[in-house]
Design a protein around this ligand. Structure first.
Ligand code: SF4
Length: 450
């Protein structure tokens, strides 16, 4: 008997598993998770608090059998959660059986387990429940990373992440949103959305809908950004590629529900090098797209990373990159010298760039960007901008503007900041700028000094 069940009657789950061995393994995984949380497994309908029907949708006959099994479980027990291959066709299931509590697709273990939690909560366990609901985090209390997917379907030639982590695997939207809710309830004021390719979110699960706050939310870049924007925290989007559908998120930024910040790893600007890198969206007309985004959302900050010295990069390619950088006037930029990572396809390309040339190009790149950054930041002097406080030291504080992600971007150094605490969000007046950081005072202190 599990420890929980020894103290009180364990919540009990039944399962009807249809279909192929892959579906059977899915059922085993679901049951293993639930068992480890203290649920008991019932072999009959009437002993179960809720029944999971793991369906098959491969052939018409299998679909009919699945619908029939759902009907039987509803008739015998009444509380039914549907998962598996037929779960991809939620409308069909709900049309036939509107009483089902939840519908999730294949391999959506997190979503099934969450639906079981919603239907029959696990018993309180003082050992496991010592872990806070938002999990154990290594970031400060006021910001948190929110991973929406794992793996990547792209095959950039310098990268071995797909070999290490596999193809894109998106989390159900409801699972992401529930985690975000818990984080906000625990005091997080800024959510940093991460993945390998945020704009591709949901592609692998056909943008499946899952229920959050009583309504379906699609696992889609725009929908998840919109839903996260309702939680009252800053929402910052990382690792976005400039696909056309990213245009749709700009109005959310202009309206203030998502931070006007996009982290887009461009990596280069020369079409020849981008093609050799096999970068996603390398054929997009990015400068025109950036101009349109900025026209729509003038405060939009764009952060990016670049690689110099990629195999075959000529002086002409590099000059093109510097010209592009001058025109793009990105707000925040990181630059790396190409490294031949073991196992990366790019290592087989001809004409490796000598280390001394990489170094020289990196220096020129950084100088060019420092001048762009200094100009961009100087234009903010005198403006009132919102910041989030990271650390306080007496009357001084270190904060970040909406254009600055933690660890990778710049800072806003505050003076006359007595009484502030980490996580506070307040308006400040920018007084000074250097190449990467701003210096400011809180609006109140600024007014008092006038
Ligand atoms: S660089 Fe990014 S987009 Fe390209 S393969 Fe690696 S993880 Fe995917």
């Amino acid at each position: 008997m599990p420890r929980r069940a020894a103290r009180a009657k364990a919540p009990t789950v039944g399962i009807v598993s249809l279909g192929c061995p892959k579906a059977l393994v899915d059922s085993e995984r679901i049951l293993t998770t639930l068992r480890s949380e203290g649920y008991a497994i019932s072999g009959s309908y009437d002993g179960a608090d809720v029944v999971i029907v793991n369906t098959c949708g491969f052939l018409d006959s299998a679909r009919a059998e699945s619908l029939e099994a759902i009907g039987e479980a509803i008739g015998e027990n009444g509380r039914v959660i549907v998962t598996g291959c037929l779960g991809k066709d939620a409308a069909l299931i709900r049309d036939a059986h509107p009483e089902v509590l939840a519908v999730t697709g294949p391999h959506q273990y997190e979503a099934v387990v969450a639906a079981v939690h919603a239907a029959v909560p696990p018993l309180h366990d003082p050992y496991v429940d010592l872990v806070p609901p938002q999990g154990i985090r290594l970031t400060p209390r006021h910001y948190a990373y929110l991973k929406i997917s794992e793996g990547c379907d792209n095959r950039c030639t310098f990268c071995i992440i797909p070999a290490l982590r596999g193809d894109l695997k998106s989390r159900p939207a409801a699972a992401v949103l529930r985690e975000a809710e818990k984080l906000v309830a625990a005091g997080v004021r800024e959510l940093l959305v991460i993945s390998q390719d945020t704009s591709a979110y949901g592609l692998d699960i056909a943008y499946a809908e899952s229920a959050w706050r009583g309504a379906p939310v699609a696992a889609r870049f725009l929908d998840i950004a919109r839903a996260l924007g309702t939680l009252g925290a800053w929402v910052r989007l990382h690792y976005v590629y400039p696909y056309p559908h990213v245009d749709q998120v700009i109005p959310l930024m202009a309206a203030g529900s998502v931070l006007p910040y996009l982290d887009i790893p461009f990596q280069h600007a020369s079409p020849r090098i981008l093609k050799a890198m096999r970068r996603p969206a390398h054929q997009e007309r990015t400068l025109a797209r950036l101009a349109r985004w900025r026209a729509e959302c003038p405060d939009l900050a764009i952060r990016s990373t670049f690689i110099v010295g990629f195999p075959g990069e000529t002086e002409a390619d590099f000059a093109l990159l510097l010209d592009w950088l001058a025109e793009a006037a990105l707000d925040r930029v990181g630059c790396f010298k190409y490294e031949a990572v073991e196992g990366a396809k790019a290592n087989e390309l001809a004409d490796p760039v000598p280390e001394a040339v990489k170094e020289e190009r990196w220096q020129r790149f950084m100088q060019a960007q420092a001048a762009i950054s200094a100009r961009t930041l100087a234009a903010k002097i005198g403006r009132t901008i919102p910041v989030i406080v990271d650390a306080v030291d007496g009357a001084k504080a270190t904060a970040r503007s909406q254009a600055d992600a933690p660890e990778i971007d710049g800072l806003v150094h505050l003076t006359r900041a007595k009484g502030l605490s980490p996580g506070d969000i307040l308006d400040v007046v920018v007084q000074k700028a250097d190449a990467y950081d701003l210096h400011a005072v809180p609006v109140e202190a600024h007014r008092a000094a006038r």
